[in-house]
Design a protein around this ligand. Structure first.
Ligand SMILES: NC(=O)c1ccc[n+]([C@@H]2O[C@H](COP(=O)([O-])OP(=O)(O)OC[C@H]3O[C@@H](n4cnc5c(N)ncnc54)[C@H](OP(=O)(O)O)[C@@H]3O)[C@@H](O)[C@H]2O)c1
Length: 169
């Protein structure tokens, strides 16, 4: 099963402020929808609550330490990232997306195979950050550039990073 992170981060690694996204990038939302539709999406409880409702046509898996937490039918609550992954393996999925936020990305970056990163040309104030990662451990297998316009307030690059698996034991 391929484990993918999907994130939009600024040049300074900011991903959010006050439990909200910061920028308005219609083209990025379309990319997010295109990649995640039909799939299971794993997220922290705060990201789930920031969205208000489960995203349509996706199965949400929400990570929380609260054993009484509940989500609508056909979605799931788990108490760790590992339990979320085990749930997906048990369902024989080919692919799962980890959609944030900062706490979950920090844990997931060491176990994911791929990162779909929208690199936003901005350095806003924020209180949630994507972790630093070692670029030598990753190769960019795809990228596309988007210029700002009336529906996208910043320039951005959408890049897919694939983990380079060492053959040296
Ligand atoms: N730009 C992007 O692509 C993007 C994507 C997603 C989110 N965001 C932003 O990121 C921010 C939210 O990130 P965040 O770090 O504050 O919150 P988060 O990662 O979404 O959720 C944190 C919560 O997840 C649960 N959790 C975390 N680690 C856990 C563990 N090891 N075991 C069990 N439960 C665990 C805890 O829930 P309980 O407190 O219930 O126990 C914790 O409070 C928001 O600003 C949001 O807009 C940005």
């Amino acid at each position: 099963m391929k484990i993918s992170i999907i994130v939009a981060k600024a040049d300074n690694n900011v991903i959010g402020k006050d439990n909200q996204l910061i920028w308005k990038l219609s083209a990025d939302l379309k990319l997010f929808k295109k990649h995640t539709t039909g799939h299971h999406i794993i997220m922290g409880r705060k990201t789930f609550e920031s969205m208000g409702n489960p995203l349509p046509n996706r199965t949400s898996i929400v990570i929380t330490r609260n054993s009484d937490y509940s989500v609508p039918d056909n979605h799931h609550v788990v108490n760790s990232l590992e339990s979320a992954i085990q749930l997906c393996i048990g369902k024989h999925l080919d692919q799962v997306y980890i959609i944030g936020g900062a706490q979950i990305y920090k844990e997931a970056i060491s176990i994911c195979d791929e990162m779909l990163i929208t690199e936003v040309d901005a350095s806003p104030d924020g209180d949630a950050f994507f972790p630093e990662f070692n670029k030598t451990e990753w190769k960019i297998v795809y990228d596309e550039y988007h210029s700002k316009d009336e529906k996208n307030e910043n320039n951005f690059r959408f890049a897919i990073y694939e983990r380079i698996h060492s053959i040296v034991q």
